[in-house]
Design a protein around this ligand. Structure first.
Ligand code: SAM
Length: 291
């Protein structure tokens, strides 16, 4: 059954009395080349167990099951379960789990289903939960690669370089734990119903090193404060965030020690510069008992 064929999809949803839910980000793929290319570019093999979020009627699930050792697909919309049972229910290496990815305990999921396989993620993500779901998946450090389709604008924010207008705290979060890469664009005409914007497929490959950060919590506190008020200089942003524990002169000193100009804005700093800065803040804290 070609699950990307619009006539097949229409027949399936008609016979099950299904209608699309906007609030669950339901835009189903109707172009066969897309799941094929996603699976191809993800590099998934029989050694992988794939976590899929939101199988819909199962078009990507079907393509994944041909390449992977096992596929675990989590679907929030219970109305899709009887359709999925008809479309992918007979595939021996696919398991459909009814649930919300945001409430799933990923460590428990890994222990229950991924043993003996290398865990990866592959999904056409519901656009309304893209950032929280990627934060959860990346932060878990469980998956060696995450290949997902997201809105083009989000893809560009994740893969942005310092100094660009898309560069922000989420670009740093993503590249702190992974190596993000833009793969290809998918036009609105490839979905039913058609979204208003173009989508992009990206991959996030887990980094093996830990970036040599002394205090991860402090690192992200500094990153967030640097991007909270983008128009402010880094010195002023840091002073707003840390004025209870450090004077402006002390913050200026840490910037100088880190080789960073006082007039720079946070959006110009690379991840390595943020690491250096956060480590010097941490040393200041340890030396002076500040914070
Ligand atoms: N994989 C299908 C495809 O490519 O055609 C459907 C993708 S559609 C963009 C997103 C899917 O995610 C829908 O099936 C939707 O019901 C499901 N979904 C939405 N929120 C979810 C959540 N919190 N947890 C799991 N699945 C969710």
């Amino acid at each position: 059954m070609d699950l990307c064929d619009l006539a097949v999809i229409k027949q399936l949803i008609h016979s099950h009395g299904f209608n699309f839910s906007k609030s669950m980000g339901q835009n189903f793929l109707i172009a066969n080349w897309v799941p094929q290319r996603i699976v191809e570019e993800s590099g998934i093999t029989a050694a992988n167990c794939v976590l899929e979020i939101g199988p819909g009627i199962g078009c990507l699930t079907q393509a994944l099951s041909q390449a992977a050792g096992r596929v675990i697909s989590i679907e929030l919309d219970k109305r899709l379960l009887p359709i999925l049972s008809e479309t992918v229910g007979s595939l021996p290496n696919v398991k459909i789990i009814s649930g919300d990815i945001m409430s799933v305990d990923l460590i428990q999921l890994k222990n229950n289903y991924f043993s003996g396989f290398e865990p990866v993620v592959c999904a056409n993500l519901p656009y309304n939960i893209t950032t929280p779901v990627l934060t959860k998946l990346v932060g878990s450090k469980i998956f060696s690669s995450i290949t997902v389709m997201v809105q083009k604008e989000v893809a560009h924010r994740i893969c942005a370089v310092p100094g660009s207008k898309e560069y922000g705290a989420f670009s740093i979060y993503s590249s702190f734990y992974t190596n993000p890469k833009l793969l290809f664009d998918v036009p609105p005409s490839c979905f039913e119903p058609r979204p208003k914007v173009t989508s992009s497929v990206i991959s996030l490959t887990l980094k093996k090193s830990n970036n040599a950060v002394l205090n991860e919590k402090l690192f992200f506190q500094i990153v967030r404060s640097a991007f909270n008020q983008r128009r402010k200089t880094l010195l002023n942003s840091l002073f707003s965030a840390f004025s209870k524990s450090l004077s402006k002169a002390e913050i200026a000193e840490v910037l100088t020690e880190s080789g960073i100009s006082q007039s720079v804005r946070g959006e110009e700093l690379s991840i390595q510069e943020f690491v250096k800065l956060a480590n010097n803040f941490e040393l200041q804290k340890r030396n002076k008992g500040k914070f």
